[in-house]
Design a protein around this ligand. Structure first.
Ligand SMILES: [Zn+2]
Length: 181
């Protein structure tokens, strides 16, 4: 399989499995079977996050950023690397794609995208549904807006987060310790 160079990656595309949370577990092997049934050579995704936040891998992404084109976003497979999470549907409404990511999956996804952004600094994080020409509810949320929020949080300097008021007890201790010097 021919790899494409890192510079070709314009998108980091976010997907879900479109499976009901609480239903049968979906492993990367399950997806591999589905995708082969659809005529793909093998599982079409690169990175996959289970409900517990553990990662399974599909198509290759090499340490230097070269990648095996996936099968996940029609027309853009040669220009994107894919990140898929397990879930996307609730038993109460299995026809509507929603954000069912567990806290563990969100943490995994942030870490995974950060690693990919090191390889592909100019790649845009985009949900499958927002890719050019796409017609799908996947991944059940506005991935670009979500990622912009994550990056905005990153931009807050650590000092700002630490400006909690000093408690009277802490102030008293500081005073006593200061006198002992
Ligand atoms: Zn998708």
């Amino acid at each position: 399989m021919a790899y494409r160079p890192a510079k070709d990656v314009k998108w980091i595309t976010i997907h879900y499995t479109a499976t009901v949370v609480g239903g049968p577990a979906v492993t990367i092997e399950t997806i591999d079977r589905w995708h082969r049934e659809r005529g793909f050579r093998e599982v079409g995704y690169h990175f996959y996050g289970r409900l517990d936040g553990s990662e399974e891998t599909g198509r290759d992404v090499l340490a230097d950023g070269r990648f095996e084109p996936g099968a996940h976003s029609r027309g853009e497979n040669s220009a994107s690397v894919s990140v898929c999470y397990e879930g996307g549907l609730l038993p109460s409404d299995p026809n509507t794609g929603v954000d069912t990511r567990t806290p563990e999956q969100i943490e995994w996804m942030i870490g995974r995208i950060r690693k990919l952004k090191k390889l592909y600094p100019n790649a845009v994080v985009e949900g499958h549904r927002d890719m050019p020409g796409a017609s799908t509810q996947c991944p059940g949320f506005d991935a670009a807006a979500w990622w912009a929020e994550v990056e905005a949080q990153d931009a807050i300097p650590p000092d700002v987060e630490r400006t909690e008021p000093v408690s009277p007890w802490a102030r008293f201790l500081q005073l006593i310790l200061g006198r002992l010097k």
